[in-house]
Design a protein around this ligand. Structure first.
Ligand code: ZN
Length: 71
């Protein structure tokens, strides 16, 4: 029924199967990025090499910025 384009805002698609990374130095937070700058999270963090859409809690700072942008 829903045939909307699979295009999630601000979050990279297709990363549900990425295994948990704990020893790579990554914070286990799911940062949000923009299409214009996919290597920098909304909160300003460099997320180069981060897994996309990891099964981690969303970064509060990124969410706050995203809310502000929607305003
Ligand atoms: Zn963040």
């Amino acid at each position: 029924m829903s045939r909307v384009p699979a295009r999630a805002p601000n979050v990279h698609p297709g990363c549900r199967n990425v295994p948990r990374i704990g020893d790579g130095g990554f914070e286990e937070l799911c940062h949000l990025v923009t299409e214009e700058d996919p290597d920098t999270a909304l909160c300003g963090r460099d997320v180069t090499g981060y897994p996309w859409n990891p099964p981690w809690p969303r970064c509060e700072a990124c969410l706050a910025v995203a809310r502000g942008q929607l305003n």
